[in-house]
Design a binder for this molecule. Structure first.
Ligand code: BG6
Length: 476
């Protein structure tokens, strides 16, 4: 599927240096996104991609390990695209712990620019854990790689993958260490859920359809649910997951961001700064669950077989987490907000359900659903009269599916969007330092209580809906 040229953002010549090119994220998302961007002619023809790796892996070997052409029929890559991608992509062997290697990197980036004969933006993509990312950021800064090109005419940007820290203390440290060398306008903190189409549509939908805004409050909404159910398990990411868990992995980042989009006030304009101001404002009103209320406001679980998989019989890590939070504002007072995620569940399903209040006369809930994946779309559940002679009423769904409504339009994957936005310097779909700290503030007391003992950890069977979370929802 090609994107029509009139809708393409014009991207500038860029050198994209990727730290962590052999990692899981590059394999699953980043390299397939680059393949699609090349295929759709999205990148400037003067683009260089440098994959940084400690070993001396060859490009063909790297590409053969990657799920590169997942969007192609039969997963078969288009040889023309592969040729173009290979012409842009090179691997660089580098020991990122050695300061001197950064001096050489700078010399080589300048050479690349000289060879192209144009000013080139520089992007450093850190697809690595935060404890590894922090020293690299410092080295980049100390060795002058945070500056513009030698002629001062291009932008230098830093793209950082989540998790942004492991807890509030390390997140603060990472943010402070980064801000010593990079201005906030240079930093792009990736939360790829923000770049998913339906998530982007939350604000567009809320603020372009005025019928919903008067209903968007505690008087009309019973509760809001943001869920991300995954069918996959941890897929061999043992070290990463043992240090992370479901609460940190998805709730601290993706799901609290989505909740903020659903509950924030209307920005003056739908522009990056305004959106971030209002998003952070509502995140600062999210109430951290007090220590003595954590058991009644959270549910955590671990799938059967996890301990064996990670070779740690004592692991109490959560592969399932659900949290009920409230927002301290006039608009949302007393409305439960439930965020929930788990691995090894029945099916892959991420969605937001805004559940409207029934009335005394009419006990049914209308539900507005933003379906993030699969089958992206927006759905409103209604009750209508059944055809025929009786007055029987039955529930139906008013459904808008991207697949039907935008058949001819190419939908970029979240990582394609992330890369394009970082190359063109648009911060809208990235997390700010303030937002990251607000969500750690909410999650931290839960992590703290959970670390004391694991008495409430529920072991659930793989391929099921996970632990019972009904206690978090309003009584029916
Ligand atoms: C990542 C998490 O951020 O999101 C993974 O680290 C998770 O554990 C992934 O599987 C889910 O993303 P998606 O786009 O496949 O829903």
């Amino acid at each position: 599927m090609m994107m029509s040229s009139d809708r393409k953002p014009a991207l500038e010549p860029t050198i994209l240096s990727i730290f962590g090119i052999t990692g899981d994220l590059a394999r699953r998302y980043l390299l397939p996104a680059l393949y699609n961007l090349v295929k759709n002619d999205m990148l400037h023809e003067q683009t260089e991609i440098i994959g940084i790796t400690r070993g001396d892996m060859k490009l063909d070997e790297l590409l053969s390990r990657v799920e590169l052409c997942v969007s192609e029929a039969g997963n078969i890559c288009d040889p023309v695209v592969i040729k173009k991608l290979k012409a842009m992509l090179s691997l660089r062997q580098m020991d990122v712990t050695k300061p001197i290697e950064y001096d050489q990197l700078l010399i080589d980036l300048n050479k690349i620019e000289d060879n192209h004969g144009v000013h080139m933006n520089r992007l450093y993509y850190l697809s690595i854990p935060p404890n590894v990312a922090q020293p690299i950021i410092t080295f980049l800064g100390e060795h002058g790689l945070n500056a513009s090109c030698p002629h001062g005419a291009a932008n230098t940007r830093l793209l950082v993958e989540k998790p942004f820290g492991y807890d509030i203390t390390s997140a603060k440290e990472l943010i402070e260490a980064t801000s010593k060398h990079f201005g906030e306008e240079q930093i792009f903190r990736i939360d790829h859920y923000l770049a998913k189409e339906t998530v982007q549509n939350i604000l567009a939908f809320r603020f372009n359809n005025p019928i919903f805004e008067p209903l968007w409050d505690k008087d009309h909404i019973d509760y809001i649910e943001v869920l991300a159910n995954e069918k996959i398990n941890i897929e061999g990411r043992v070290n990463f997951y043992e240090q992370t868990g479901a609460l940190r992995d998805l709730i601290q980042s993706h799901l609290l961001q989505i909740l903020a989009l659903i509950t924030m006030e209307q920005p003056k304009e739908l522009k990056s700064d305004e959106i971030h101001n209002d998003k952070q404002a509502v995140m600062s009103q999210l109430m951290a669950v007090p220590a003595n209320k954590i058991t009644e406001n959270t549910v955590r679980g671990q799938y059967e077989g996890y301990k064996k998989e990670v070779s740690n019989e004592d692991s109490s890590n959560d592969t399932f987490a659900a949290v009920r939070v409230f927002i301290d504002s006039e608009r949302w007072k007393g409305v439960p907000m439930i965020v929930k995620t788990g691995k090894a569940l029945t099916e892959r399903l991420s969605e937001v359900n805004v559940v409207f209040k029934p009335t005394d006369e009419n006990p049914h809930h209308n539900i507005l659903t933003f379906r993030i994946q699969p089958n992206e779309g927006i759905e409103l559940s209604l009750r209508v009269k059944k055809p025929g002679y009786d007055d029987e009423v039955q529930p139906v769904e008013m459904d808008f599916e991207y697949g039907d409504a935008f058949k001819k339009d190419y939908t970029p994957t979240a990582y394609e969007r992330v890369l394009v936005d970082a190359v063109r310097g648009d911060h809208t779909l990235f997390a700010t330092a303030g937002e990251v700290l607000e969500s750690w503030r909410v999650v931290q007391p839960i992590l703290h209580e959970w670390s004391k003992n694991a008495n409430d950890l529920i072991i659930y069977k793989q391929g099921t809906s996970g632990p019972d979370v009904s206690s978090l929802y309003p009584a029916k």
